[in-house]
Design a protein. Structure first.
Lengths: 196, 177
């Protein structure tokens, strides 16, 4: 599916440029897109190194385990295929907490660690496991208490009350998370029926 | 609200302080563990590069050629039907695809219609309540070398759609049109 979408976007874009007279823009877009990707990854290095370093200390001190034990009842139902004391649980939970408190740059490293552990659980296969899909469904709907970036934009444009969208945003994000999980469960049971 | 911003200001430094103190108390070689854990971050960041370049080039080409705008025209009647106002319809379409483009569009909508207008608030809520699904999938699956994404993309996009509809309903209920 990814392969198809990828080829579709690129080829349709090029064909479109032929008829639309936007070949010049497309030429520029190829290299600006590549450059943007590298810039993002270089920017990620600092965050990844810092938070993975911190989390290593937390892990060795046993903090991650304690934290997992505290919130375990919440997530065991969502991830039935992850053993209760597996480190994946700790990373999934820390990632959810980081998202919740709007620590976006801490959430990504934790999420990647969680994916690594989930891959180990799945025997190192390069196919997405059920737990991975559930985890990503949670992440793409990203439940956030305080949407900091948006508040900053609203401040910039002199909103009378920049934070008054916090409540609506929280409600919308909770609903999209619930929807994400329900849709995920729908596909999950469908895969189980197929024997996947 | 000042209380909330105070909390978010204190959160990261307190968390770091707590981890370091607790680590010391548990006799963890803190600095060495930090360096060891951090090393992993470098290889992860580099391993994401090809995935992200592939995805972002395709998105940029699709956008720059004008194809995105054209396809939006097809999706618009559907979005109109579920009640997405035509001003924010492009934002709803771009939000799961490109985070930067969506942020730009949100700023633009807020600048044009004003931060306290219906459209301005709706754009802010849509921007804040969902994440860039395609980016999240690319980074997370890319970092650990997952090539078959299964149903993940479908699930993510459908959840986004529900999020947009809820955002519209909630903003209308909270602030009126």
């Amino acid at each position: 599916m990814v392969n198809l979408i990828w080829v579709f976007m690129t080829v349709i874009g090029i064909v479109f440029a032929m008829f639309n007279g936007t070949m010049d823009e497309v030429n520029k877009a190829i290299f600006s897109g590549a450059k943007e990707a590298v810039t993002i990854c270089i920017g990620l290095i600092s965050v990844l190194v810092f938070w993975l370093g911190m989390m290593k200390i937390a892990e060795e001190a046993g903090l991650l385990k304690k934290f997992t034990a505290l919130f375990r009842p919440l997530v065991t139902k969502l991830f039935p295929e992850v053993p209760k004391n597996h480190p994946a649980m700790g990373y999934i939970l820390s990632n959810m907490m980081a998202n919740l408190f709007g620590l976006g740059n801490a959430a990504t490293p934790l999420g990647i660690k969680a994916m690594e552990e989930l891959k180990k659980l799945n025997g190192g296969k390069s196919t997405a496991s059920n737990s991975m899909i559930t985890f990503l469904a949670l992440n793409t709907s990203s439940v956030t208490l305080i949407p900091t970036t948006v508040i900053a934009i609203r401040m910039n444009y002199h909103s009378a009350s920049p934070t008054d969208i916090v409540g609506p945003t929280l409600i919308a994000t909770i609903f999209s998370a619930i929807a994400g999980i329900s849709i995920d469960r729908f596909f999950y049971y469908r895969r189980l029926k197929k024997g996947g | 609200m000042e209380f909330v911003s105070l909390i978010s200001l204190w959160m990261i430094p307190s968390l770091i302080g707590f981890i370091l103190l607790y680590g010391t108390y548990k006799r963890v070689p803190t600095y060495e563990s930090f360096v060891e854990g951090g090393k992993e971050g470098i290889s992860i960041a580099f391993s994401i590069i090809p995935f992200l370049i592939g995805m972002l080039v395709a998105i940029s080409v699709f956008r720059a050629s004008g194809a995105l705008e054209y396809f939006m025209g097809f999706l618009k009647p559907f979005l109109d039907f579920v009640g997405v106002p035509s001003e924010v319809a492009p934002l709803a379409i771009i939000r799961p695809i490109s985070g930067n483009a969506a942020l730009g569009m949100t700023s633009d909508l807020i600048a044009t219609y004003g931060p306290d207008s219906y459209i301005g608030r709706l754009a802010a809520t849509i921007q804040g309540s969902t994440d860039t699904t395609l980016y999240v999938l690319t980074v997370y699956f890319g970092a650990v070398g997952i090539r078959k994404m299964g149903d993940a993309l479908k699930v993510g996009l459908l959840a986004d759609l529900v999020g947009f509809i809820v955002a519209i309903v909630v903003v209308t209920l909270f602030f009126g049109k």
